[in-house]
Design a protein around this ligand. Structure first.
Ligand code: ADP
Ligand code: MG
Length: 474
C-alpha cells in the first residue's frame, strides 16, 4: 500500500512556486538594492560586492592587429595561448595545456612561477609563430583573489582551489612571473593582469566593435562593465584625460547580508552545507555550481512529503551535488510525453539518479519538470536584475544619441547561458518587467567565450595601447 501523503502534490508544488516567485515589486526592490550596492562598492574598499577597478581604461573595436600571448592559471590546468588578431574582429589561436603538479601547487612560489615561464618558453618553441626577436606581450589571467594596484601589478591575497605556495601571499604575481621569465631570458613581457570577466568584455568588444557589459553564467556568476572614472570614488586618481575604466563587479557577492534577497529554506539549506556559508548567496541562486543542488533539495523535500516517487529516494538523490545543473537542461528540453520511456526526464531519474523505475509515474515526470522550471526561472529573473541594474548604472536604458541606435552590446559566457533552455528568454522577460520593452530590445546579447585566453591576450593589447598613450594609471 502506498504511504498516505500529508499534503497533496498540487499544494506542495504551489507552495514551492510561491517561495520561488519573483513578482514585479520584488524585482524592483532588488534592482534598487543593486544600484545602492554598486555605488557603495565603487566608493568603499572591502564591500561584499567588491566593484574592483581593472585599470583597463578602454576596449578594442576589432580593428587591432598583432600577436599576443595569454597565460591562464586557476582552472584545472595551466594554459598558454598565442592569439593573432586579424583586424576585422576575428582571430586565430593556438593553445596548449600544461599540468601543474601538487608539489608545484604547494611548494615555493619561485618553483611554480619558474614552471609557468618554462611552459611559455616550451610553447613558443613548439608552436610559436611570431618572431621571437621582438619582445612579445602577455596577458595573465590569475584566477585567485588579488589586490590589483595597476594593470600589471596585483598582490595575492590568499590561495584557493588547492594551491598553497606559502611564500606567495602578499607578493605581486606579475612581478614573480616577470622575474622568472627574465631569469630564463625569455623575451616575453607580462603587461596585463586580467580577470576573466574583464577578459570576456574585451573579447566581445573586439568581436562586436564595442561592448559595454560582460556577464558570466557558468560555475559561478560575475559581471564587468565600463564605468565613468568619476564614479569610481575609491580610486584616487589625478585629474587627467582618462574617462572610463572597466570595473569587475564580483556581483556574485550581491546582498550577502540578505537585506533584499528572498531566500527560501532550500537556499538556506544549500548555503549551510556549502564550503563558504553566508558568502555569495546571490551566486548560489543563479549559477551552474548550485542550481542542480537547489533542485535536488526541492525534490528531496517533495519525496519526504510523500508526493514524489511514492516517497522513494536513492543514494544519488540523497547525496550532496548528486543532481547536476546539466540534468536540468536536459529536463527542460524534454518534449516527450511524460509517460514515454523515451522521456529524457525519466532517463535522468531512473538511469542517472537511480530512482526505482516503477516508482516514477507520469505525474512524477511532470512534477520534476515543473521544479526545474521554477528553479531555473528564478535564476534567470535574478540574472535580469544584474543586467538591468548595470543598464541603469551606465545610463543606457534609453538611446542617448540622435544617430541610429546600436543598442547595448553585452557579451556573455558560461554553460548556463549557453546551454540552459529558455535562460536568455526568461532573463529577457525579467528585463522587460523591470525596464520596459524598448530597453529590453536594446540589449544585444552575444557569446563572449574564453575571457581568460583571447580576453587576456586583448588585455595585453589594451595595456600596450595605454602605455603608448602615456596613460599610467596607478
Ligand atoms: P567555467 O565556469 O569553469 O568556465 P562553464 O561555463 O562550463 O565552466 O560552467 C560550468 C558549470 O555549468 C558547472 O557547474 C556545470 O554544472 C554547469 N553545466 C554544464 N553543462 C551544463 C548544461 N548543459 N546546462 C546547464 N549547466 C551546465
Ligand atoms: Mg568559463
Amino acid at each position: 500500500m502506498p504511504a498516505v501523503p500529508l499534503v497533496t502534490r498540487e499544494d506542495a508544488l504551489r507552495k514551492i512556486e510561491e517561495q520561488f516567485q519573483l513578482d514585479l515589486p520584488m524585482l524592483k526592490s532588488l534592482s534598487q538594492r543593486f544600484q545602492e550596492l554598486y555605488d557603495y562598492g565603487l566608493a568603499n574598499h572591502g564591500a561584499d560586492m567588491q566593484m574592483i577597478p581593472s585599470f583597463v581604461t578602454g576596449v578594442p573595436n576589432g580593428s587591432e592587429k598583432g600577436t599576443y600571448l595569454a597565460l591562464d592559471l586557476g582552472g584545472t590546468n595551466l594554459r598558454v595561448c598565442e592569439v593573432t588578431l586579424d583586424g576585422k574582429g576575428g582571430f586565430t589561436m593556438k593553445q596548449e595545456k600544461y599540468k601543474v603538479s601538487d608539489a608545484l601547487k604547494q611548494g615555493p612560489a619561485r618553483n611554480l612561477f619558474d614552471y609557468m615561464a618554462q611552459s611559455v618558453d616550451t610553447f613558443l618553441t613548439d608552436f610559436g609563430t611570431a618572431s621571437t626577436d621582438d619582445e612579445l606581450l602577455l596577458g595573465f589571467t590569475f584566477s585567485f583573489p588579488v589586490e590589483q594596484t595597476a594593470l600589471a601589478r596585483g598582490h595575492l591575497i590568499h590561495w584557493t582551489k588547492g594551491f598553497n605556495c606559502p611564500d606567495a601571499p602578499g607578493k605581486d604575481v606579475v612581478g614573480l612571473l616577470q622575474e622568472s621569465l627574465d631569469r630564463k631570458h625569455i623575451k616575453v613581457r607580462c603587461n596585463a593582469l586580467v580577470n576573466d570577466t574583464v577578459g570576456a568584455l574585451l573579447a566581445h568588444a573586439y568581436h562586436s566593435n564595442g561592448a559595454l557589459i560582460s556577464a558570466i553564467f557558468g560555475t559561478g556568476t560575475n559581471g564587468a562593465y565600463i564605468e565613468d572614472i568619476s564614479k569610481i570614488k575609491k580610486l584616487k586618481m589625478a585629474e587627467g584625460s582618462i574617462k572610463h575604466m572597466v570595473v569587475n563587479t564580483e556581483w556574485g557577492g550581491f546582498d550577502d547580508d540578505r537585506k533584499a534577497l528572498p531566500v527560501t529554506v532550500f537556499d538556506n539549506r544549500l548555503d549551510r552545507e556549502s564550503i563558504r556559508p553566508r558568502n555569495h548567496v546571490f551566486e548560489k541562486m543563479i549559477s551552474g555550481m548550485y542550481l542542480g543542488e537547489l533542485t535536488r533539495h526541492v525534490l528531496v523535500h517533495l519525496i519526504d512529503s510523500l508526493v514524489l516517487f511514492d516517497g522513494f529516494s536513492s543514494v544519488v538523490m540523497n547525496t550532496q551535488n548528486g543532481f547536476d545543473t546539466a540534468y536540468m537542461s536536459a529536463i527542460e528540453a524534454d518534449k516527450e510525453e511524460a509517460s514515454s520511456p523515451q522521456s529524457a526526464t525519466r532517463k535522468v531519474l531512473v538511469e542517472t539518479m537511480q530512482i526505482p523505475a516503477d516508482k516514477v509515474s507520469a505525474e512524477d515526470v511532470d512534477t520534476v519538470r515543473r521544479v526545474c522550471k521554477i528553479v531555473g526561472t528564478r535564476a534567470a529573473r535574478l540574472s535580469s536584475v544584474a543586467i538591468a541594474a548595470t543598464l541603469v548604472q551606465t545610463n543606457n536604458v534609453q538611446s542617448r544619441g540622435d544617430g541610429p541606435d546600436e543598442g547595448v552590446k553585452v557579451g556573455m559566457d558560461g554553460s548556463v547561458i549557453e546551454f540552459y533552455p529558455h535562460f536568455e528568454e526568461r532573463m529577457r522577460e525579467g528585463l522587460r518587467d523591470l525596464l520596459g520593452e524598448d530597453a529590453e530590445r536594446r540589449v544585444k546579447i552575444g557569446l563572449a567565450k574564453d575571457g581568460s585566453g583571447v580576453g587576456a591576450a586583448l588585455g595585453a593589447l589594451q595595456a600596450a595601447k595605454q602605455e603608448a598613450s602615456g596613460h599610467r594609471v596607478e
